[in-house]
Design a protein around this ligand. Sequence first.
Ligand SMILES: Cc1cc2nc3c(=O)[nH]c(=O)nc-3n(C[C@H](O)[C@H](O)[C@H](O)COP(=O)(O)OP(=O)(O)OC[C@H]3O[C@@H](n4cnc5c(N)ncnc54)[C@H](O)[C@@H]3O)c2cc1C
Length: 731
Amino acid sequence: MGHRVSGSDRAASKYLEELQLLGVTVHVGHAATQIEGADFLARSTAVPDDNPEVAAALTGGIAVHTRAEILTAITQVKPGILVAGTHGKTTTSSMLAVLLDHAGLNPSFVIGSDVGYFGTGARWTSSRHCVVEADESDGTFLVLPAAHAVVTSLDPDHLEFYGSVQRLEEAFVGFVEAVPGTTAVCIDDPDTGVLLGRSGVVTYGTNEQADLQISQIAIEAAATTFDVAWQGKMLGRVRVGLPGHHNALNAAAAITIARELGLDFDDIVEGLAAFTGVARRFEPRGEHGGVHFVDDYAHLPAEVEAAVGTAMQGPWRRVIAAYQPHRFSRTEALGATFATSFRGVDELVLTDIYPAGEAPRAGVSGRIVFDAVTDACPELRVTWKPTLVEVGNYLADTLGPGDLCLTLGAGDLTTVPDQVLTAMRSESSASATWLRTIESELRESSVRYNEPIGPRTTYRVGGAALAFVEIGSHRDLVRFVDAAINAATPLLPVGKGSNMLVADRGFRGVAFTLAGEFDAVTIAGTSVTLGAAVALPAAARRLARNQLAGFEWAVGVPGTVGGAVAMNAGGHGSNMAATVVAATIMDLTTGEVEQRTGLDLGFGYRSSTVVATDLVLDVTMDLVLGDEQEAEAALSEIVRWRRDHQPGGQNAGSVFRNPVDDSAGRLIEAAGCKGLRVGSATVSDKHANFFQADPKGRADDVYGLMQLVIKIVQSKLGIVLQPETRLVGFE
Ligand SMILES: Cc1cc2nc3c(=O)[nH]c(=O)nc-3n(C[C@H](O)[C@H](O)[C@H](O)COP(=O)(O)OP(=O)(O)OC[C@H]3O[C@@H](n4cnc5c(N)ncnc54)[C@H](O)[C@@H]3O)c2cc1C
């Protein structure tokens, strides 16, 4: 339309990249400066008034519009074909846009999901037709100028906005009455009765009274075919590439409007055949080892029943469904009405609520759905897994050849099929199989498969590894490393996880930690040998008690000796380099062990020659004789200083290295990032180089916050911060 557009989102995404390719200036993160010179600012309803850009616009006299107002302005230019209703809006509007495009009408469209046929969810053309998915959740659909419309269904949803079913019905009546052209209404829906007989309304459905009647519906694994008749006259049979009775109805709605616009039936048949589906609408997500994955956006009882009904008609040995309730308000109002929605599946995995920006409500959790389902369907096997990592691990363990895994919900459960597929693929690629074969030989060690390792870090967020092994002896270590080398499986040494961030999607290799024989302290005069598993604070205290000075600084560093050598940990004016004379190192790619002198270790500021494929087994240090009381006083002072200057909670100490002659904390604070938040992660108010993760937070948010802070500091101060935290499992 000729406007210059810029915008921001809190995290990077493929959508931002696509917008950037289209010439839009995009920013990751929000800042007042980003709206300078703008004529107006548009925001979604999820963005609050205290967002820095909104706040700057409000105080600076720049008009702030909602998405609905922008959509209204667009449809003012070109009144839309508005597709409204509780279910099936996206699929119906996608089918309609494809039908019109296939017939050469080149429509504009604004649809809430990517349409496979177009590869996008929105397009602006010179055509007079514009297909719009009209949102009733916040009343948006009432303000959009319409040419024609569709109402697919009228379930009691979004009552937090409407207040009552009657008000919701009144809104839909108002909507239909304002449409100058035709409104196609689904006559099969039990709640659309209030709309029938009104001016411009034509009906579709399986009901014999329908103007456009569909019949002889045949559902296959990935398609549906049915007959179409108009006011008693048979038009012919169509096939659409989505399975399910509800998709036959969605197609019927699109056909009704396409006919109104003058498309002939042959064009309609061809157009529907060209339709290739919509993201997250019974969307095939992949197959591995005979297990098929399908993801569906269904988040209301009727949608869940439709998706389950469709799945039940496929050729599956078992249908295993996983469901994530959506929003606290909806779960509070409707959670119990899911009682029988999953009936027919062989097993149901339930997880906790996806908040979609809402604040938690007391007493409201996914357990409401769990209790309703287990009460109403005692025969149904229902498993409760509160987090997505647990859901993914459980599914990876449970699914077998011939199974359909059906993920249902409007939230981030959609990431689970990829997570499970990746786990299954990597697992069968030799990795965990070799571990199972040697497991019985590891006598002083323990093995856990698909083990969450994020919770083992001090951030306490992040995903799982294929396996986590605790190695208790040199003998076990040699056997373990030898087998891993043969299987070419990536290995990750983990100490206390106090300098590590593990991605939510996890680490596709085997993580391990040293214990037992590696947790030994040997003192011979002033020469001290510490095993790699020894905890730094414990070592600092023990050496002080033994009248050895020079290691007091380590009392406040909550890591292991191995991790400390790898990064030359330090503080309070000292570091590992100050006392280390040698370290024993195993090469994880060959199994060879060598002694590296202090010089060979090449210590620098938070760095050494220890690379990711090196494993520190122990370290020898030269300390000096000291006074026990003085040492104890130094320890207490360090602990007190840390308590005063550093936050507690879920963090991994300093996120970024200090640039030469400066401090990362000072720079982050100077760039105005103190308190900055991305999702579940914040820059600490107490120390700006510490990032705090929320309980049950996401590692990807911490990562997003790191990226954002790097960008802000670079743009404001011209310095590119370098992470000190080790990032595991990120691209
Ligand atoms: C509150 C807090 C305060 C902190 N203060 C400081 C500080 O003052 N100074 C400082 O330097 N750090 C500090 N840290 C960071 C951290 O404690 C140190 O970096 C510590 O040395 C990491 O040890 P770890 O065992 O936890 O390593 P992990 O986090 O488990 O691992 C870190 C890296 O070391 C590797 N690694 C682990 N074990 C071995 C091994 N045996 N051989 C080879 N590689 C290995 C891992 O693969 C990973 O790449 C702080 C962290 C927190 C949470």
